[in-house]
Design a protein around this ligand. Structure first.
Ligand code: GLN
Ligand code: ZN
Length: 756
């Protein structure tokens, strides 16, 4: 039997890596202690995979930060600003690249959570991190023979960007010739260490590649062929199916013995394989979902595997995960608060390994009947459970089908109506929602949750905080106020906890990058809103001031994209259900006298499918979901939305189609490109607030600096539509930073008003 795991979470079942990393960064833990904790984690996981019977156990998928950065270290592609002088890269240089140091800022982190390599013609590559080999040997010493994993050379280059100052015409792929020799060195060392298999992750193969990019794969693997001889080589793809043209190239690559495919997100992969698969090669079939927390439907997976085997040949199918298990939670065993029924529907990384092996055994005729039978029971209970299905919600969501909800009047007319009602000055000033979250605040929330303080004490504590924030904003003379979100720990969890159909884990952490983890809620059933969620706090805040108070909500698409979503109905169905729940909240807030509402869609862009052919469908339902939330409000009610990214060039029409009255958007690099993109929006007429300063840094911008940014905005945007606000919420900042920064922001707005 043959089983494989593409990669495994490295953060640890109780976030052990996170805590030791942070303690190391605070200089409270030594490098040796950090390495020891990491080694313990790795060995625990290798042993776990071995004990489950896994044949192909990955190594080098563990990382102190992220695997792309590890590859940058392996290739010695350290940007000159870190002053590295060659030799083996240690923690100092490695973490400087990830997090910056006193004299050099960090390398860029993408929204896909990896550190982007900065390359150009002058980079001197050298074999500078022997981690892959060291890890292989480490596992071997424990008696576990692993399949070392490297990010493939072509994907590495395609995930890179041009270093500053490099001519735009420079082709990153032209660096292949320089990095291949280093890959060869690594391969030779792995061979000498005793490895017989190697895995190249080439996730970019699922993108829409241009023909010269595809040719780069052919070229790279023929270059590597001689080094790879005697080795079994797996090229692993994931996150989608590969385009048909790519499939041909991929399966003709020289020196490759096995191909790995995502059979969960890759809905057409099966057809591709049916269209032809090279004889004598192995198919690594990713049937166990690496990006979700649901128990596999074993019977249906086994059917798929058998169908594949009949095409590819007996003994040629290796059961695998759809992608690295990095994207799921670690171990269901540590969930003490979930009930038995719900738990029976779930599988985290540790359980998915067992599923992979059970499927592999079944494929060779050693089916564990008891295990399969209990899986059938779990699926049946999930299907029929009344906590999953809510007829009324299903009906309401079905009623949306074929409809196109949007507000009746156009944005110009609405803005006029709002102007008359709200009477805001030109260049109105506001903030994006949250104010600093202090330790005391976190403690109050924790104690209330643990029932250590009464509801009354809790309400009073939060009320006091809101009143402080309101007073501060009045003193700062901001035009549109917020209540500061002191009652919220997280913008998704806060709503999920009040909606039905959501469950929460205790330890279901997923690493986003470095030591940062998120704990996504689980949407297991039809979503409804039993009662109002924010009206109490928002109207309390509005009653404290004469100025308009924004009601703050998280949008449906963001709630969806930052949760583990049910897989028994299409994502858009769930999105529509959440939209209807938020719609009720919007209308309740309006009735309670809240005239401005901000519905954050911080994660709308994140959910964009990788493949162009799937994007328009996603954008259509995502944007429609947003519009559903506010299609019923009066013209005089002003709807804002907020987005935490400025790379909207390709989706600008969808953003305009959200039909919001005001859009606040990240613009920390004062990107003129963004502004020119928004000229498109000017035609449409909505208000726009490109952030005037970066809240991710403790730096306090001067009045002049902010004023300058506003001037730049006014050079391209009509003054009637410009809003002045920071980039994002202030919850990670301190009051000592927020107060002077906002003082300068308001002063800048006032200064510019006098110039108009
Ligand atoms: N309203 C949220 C806040 O200010 C928005 C956060 C976000 O966009 N990530 O915290
Ligand atoms: Zn934001």
């Amino acid at each position: 039997m043959a089983s494989h795991v593409v990669g495994y979470p490295r953060i640890g079942p109780k976030r052990e890596l996170k805590f030791v990393l942070e303690s190391f960064w605070d200089a409270k833990t030594t490098a040796l202690e950090l390495q020891a904790t990491a080694a313990d984690l790795w060995s625990y996981i290798w042993n776990q995979m071995a004990a489950a019977g896994t044949k192909f156990i990955p190594s080098n998928t563990f990382s102190y930060y992220d695997q792309v950065l590890d590859t940058t270290a392996m290739l010695g592609a350290v940007p000159p600003r870190y002053g590295w002088n060659g030799g083996e890269i240690g923690f100092d240089v490695y973490f400087s690249m990830a997090r910056g140091n006193a004299s050099a800022p960090a390398m860029e982190m993408t929204k896909c959570h990896y550190i982007v390599p900065e390359l150009g013609p002058d980079v001197k590559f050298s074999y500078a991190s022997h981690k892959a080999v060291a890890e292989y040997k480490e596992a071997k010493a424990l008696g576990v023979d692993t399949i070392p994993v490297l990010i493939g050379p072509v994907s590495y280059l395609l995930l890179s960007k041009l270093a500053k100052g490099v001519d735009k015409s420079f082709s990153l792929l032209s660096l292949l010739g320089k990095i291949i020799p280093i890959y060869k060195e690594v391969i030779d060392e792995l061979k000498s260490a005793g490895a017989t298999w190697i895995q190249f992750d080439e996730p970019t193969l699922v993108l829409d590649l241009k023909s010269h990019q595809l040719q780069a794969f052919t070229h790279a693997y023929s270059e590597l062929e001689s080094s790879l001889s005697g080795f079994n080589v797996l090229v692993e793809t994931y996150f989608a199916d590969v385009p048909a043209e790519t499939y041909k190239t991929l399966t003709s690559l020289k020196g490759v013995t096995a191909f790995g495919f995502d059979l969960v997100r890759g809905t057409r992969t099966l057809d591709l394989i049916k269209s032809g698969f090279p004889s004598d090669k192995y198919l690594f079939a990713g049937v166990v979902d690496g990006r979700n927390i649901w128990a596999n439907d074993l019977a249906s997976s086994l059917d798929t595997l058998q169908a594949l085997e009949s095409i590819v040949g007996k003994g040629k199918v290796v059961v695998s995960t759809s992608c690295s298990l990095l994207h799921t939670a670690v171990d269901l065993m540590n969930e003490t608060k979930l009930d038995k029924e719900l738990k029976s529907w779930l599988a985290f990384a540790a359980q998915k390994i067992v599923e992979v092996n059970a499927l592999a055994k079944a494929l060779v005729g050693e089916k564990d009947e008891v295990f399969f039978a209990s899986n059938v029971v779990a699926h049946a209970s999930r299907k029929s459970s009344p906590r999953v299905t809510n007829e009324a919600v299903q009906k309401a969501a079905a009623g949306l089908r074929g409809s196109n909800h949007r507000r009746a009047t156009n944005v110009r007319a609405r803005l006029d109506a709002q102007h008359n009602k709200l009477n805001l000055p030109i260049l109105p000033t506001t903030t994006c929602g949250s104010y600093p979250q202090t330790t005391e605040l976190r403690q109050v929330r924790r104690e209330y949750k643990a029932k250590k303080i009464s509801e009354n004490d809790y309400v009073n504590a939060i009320k006091e905080e809101i009143s402080k924030v309101v007073k501060l904003q009045e003193e700062l003379d901001l035009d549109v106020l917020v209540h500061g979100e002191p009652e919220r720990n997280d913008m998704v969890e806060y709503f999920g906890e009040q909606l039905s159909g959501f469950a929460f884990t205790v330890n279901g952490w997923v690493q986003s990058y470095g030591s940062r983890c998120v704990k996504p809620p689980i949407i297991y059933g039809d979503v409804s809103r039993p009662k109002a969620m924010t009206v109490f706090w928002s109207s309390m805040a509005q009653n404290m001031t004469e100025r308009p108070m924004k009601g703050m909500l998280t949008g449906p698409v963001t709630i969806l994209n930052w949760s583990f979503v049910r897989n028994d109905q299409p994502r858009h169905e769930t999105s529509y259900q959440i939209a209807l729940a938020i719609k009720d909240e919007v209308e309740d807030l309006e009735r309670a006298g809240i005239n401005i509402l901000q519905i954050d869609e911080a994660a709308l862009r994140e959910g964009l499918p990788l493949r162009k052919c799937e994007q328009s469908f996603y954008l259509e339902w995502a944007v429609h979901s947003f519009r559903i939330t506010n299609c019923g409000v009066k013209d005089t009610t002003q709807i804002h939305t907020h987005m935490c990214y400025s790379n909207v060039n390709d989706i600008i029409h969808s953003i305009i189609d959200m039909d919001a009255d005001v859009i606040t958007i990240e613009n920390s690099r004062s990107d003129e490109k963004l502004l020119s993109v928004f000229q498109e929006g000017v035609k449409y007429g909505a208000g726009i607030g490109p952030g005037v300063y970066d809240i991710h840094s403790p730096r306090i911008p001067s009045t002049e600096e902010v004023a300058d940014r506003i001037r730049k905005m006014l050079a391209v945007l009509e003054r009637e539509i410009v809003w002045v606000n920071p980039d994002c919420g202030l919850k990670t900042r301190k009051y000592s930073e927020v107060q002077p920064a906002l003082t300068n922001m308001v002063a800048a707005a006032k200064l510019i008003r006098t110039e108009l």
